[in-house]
Design a protein around this ligand. Structure first.
Ligand code: BGC
Length: 468
């Protein structure tokens, strides 16, 4: 039997070990792809979509208000009632059964409307018409804050009749079909944006939101003049990078392992979100499982015996990686539960496999984040950038060493940036409400300005329209 660090074992792990130079190269490739995504003529075909979010400002900490929030696309579907200034909130988690994730869009939105209805009922909110923040964590072409077209499903969702449609409209129609309650204005946001906004309430230098959970993605504040398909030159807009799609044009093929290729091939969306499939919680467990199966077939583990559980796709959960890396006793327990005949060397090899694959995930995220902070620094022509990243997601939160590895690697890859990492307290829920709150604050401020100017803007706008 080989020991954990023998050359035979090393052979399987080596393709997952990315040198600092490779990470720098990955970061440089992403830098180019960000530009393609921002370009007026290149964005259509760009693998990294760089989607405008219509969020032009982060919170200043004075926002107030009472909101409803929906959060779809992470581990759980949740309904929330948020009071921004009090940080008080009520949350209800609703399961979304697997069949529904693959059923029709109408069924999905009816279910969402039912969960919201039940929530309003049980919290005595049915008579009120509250503004609603909708965190919808999939790539959407946002036309306005309340108009957002689903580009494609990711992360195991594949409901028919939703891609290419306005998701806010589908939600409103479902609520209308019930007819027993009303909602106010809707603000739709990606979970990265929600995370940035909720962290931004506490720390006003937060200008990046990052998720490493079921899926992975990040958003950041970009100069509007660089977003070529948006009119205007002044100020900033939050861009949802959709970095999960990095590599979809084959530009990461040289670092993919045979196991990544297999995970992609057997997923419900082959060829799509290649970067995400190397990083996020939906896929990490399966990569580990495939490596363990191969090593067992090659008689390096478990006396060459694959248990039924280990042979079953999806049975090795990503949370096992965190647990196994957390301690040898956990590893033993999980291997026993998976019906494997293990010895101590097996257990330590499995720990090494988990560590290698989760580390690669952390380093790839670090490379991508380094690209963003370096970009912000260059945009502002700063020698040194101090900024805060709001982070959320089960992988980042639950894994014992993921966050420290990621942070260390970003420091190496972006030495002129000083980054504070702020774990968002339920960002994807409250953040959507925060977007509405910031919009209300800005509207209120500009109303005050208008009043003091005494100008009649409406007339001016009408004249402008007529003149066009
Ligand atoms: C989606 C993103 C989302 C990320 C994290 C990805 O699959 O495309 O929109 O932000 O998952 O939830």
């Amino acid at each position: 039997n080989p020991c954990a660090t023998s050359p035979e074992v090393e052979k399987y792990l080596q393709p997952f070990q990315l040198s600092p130079e490779t990470l720098q190269e990955v970061s440089a490739r992403l830098r180019k792809d960000l530009l393609r995504g921002l370009g007026k003529h290149s964005h259509h075909k760009a693998p990294v979509k760089m989607l405008p979010t219509f969020v032009r400002a982060t919170p200043d900490g004075t926002e107030k208000g009472d909101f409803l929030a929906l959060d779809l696309g992470g581990t759980n579907f949740r309904v929330l009632h948020v009071r921004v200034e009090e940080e008080a909130q009520k949350v209800q988690i609703c399961a979304i059964p697997q069949e529904m994730m693959l059923g029709t869009g109408e069924q999905l939105f009816d279910h969402i409307a039912t969960c919201l209805g039940d929530f309003l009922e049980s919290h005595n909110l049915k008579g009120q018409t509250l503004p609603l923040g909708f965190t919808f964590s999939f790539p959407c072409e946002q036309l306005e804050i309340d108009k957002s077209i689903l580009i494609r499903w990711t992360k195991g969702f594949n409901c028919s009749g939703v891609e290419g449609k306005d998701v806010v409209q589908l939600l409103k129609e479902a609520i209308h079909r019930r007819g027993d309650y009303h909602i106010g204005s809707v603000a739709m946001v990606n979970d990265t944006v929600g995370t940035m906004m909720s962290c931004g309430y506490k720390d006003q230098s937060c200008e990046i939101g990052m998720i490493i959970g079921t899926g992975t993605n990040a958003c950041y504040m970009e100069e509007i003049k660089n977003v070529k398909r948006i009119e205007g030159k002044d100020g900033r807009m939050c861009i949802n990078t959709e970095w999960g799609g990095f590599g979809d044009d084959g530009c990461l093929d040289d670092i993919l392992t045979e196991f990544d290729v297999e995970v992609d091939k057997t997923s419900i969306n082959p060829g799509v979100h290649i970067f995400e499939k190397m990083i996020s919680g939906m896929y990490l467990g399966e990569i580990v499982r495939l490596v363990l199966v191969k090593m067992t077939k090659d008689k390096l583990l478990f006396k060459g015996q694959i248990s039924e559980a280990l042979g079953t796709p999806g049975r090795f959960e990503t949370k096992f990686i965190s647990e196994i890396e957390d301690g040898l006793e956990n590893a033993k327990k999980i291997l026993t539960e998976l019906g494997l005949d293990w010895d101590l060397v097996d257990a330590s090899v499995v720990r090494l496999v988990c560590d290698t694959i989760s580390s690669r995930s952390a380093y790839l995220c670090a490379a991508a984040l380094a690209t963003l902070v370096n970009r912000i620094r260059n945009n502002r022509k700063l020698g040194h950038l101090k900024t805060t990243v709001g982070v959320d997601g089960t992988v980042y939160r639950k894994h014992p060493t993921f966050s420290s590895k990621l942070q260390k690697a970003v420091r190496l890859l972006a030495p002129q940036c000083d980054i504070t990492f702020l774990v968002s307290e339920d960002g994807s829920g409250t953040g959507a409400a925060m977007v509405t709150a910031v919009a209300q604050r800005l509207a209120h401020q500009s109303r005050l300005l208008e009043e003091s100017d005494g100008e009649d803007n409406e007339e001016e706008e009408e004249e402008e329209e007529e003149g066009q």
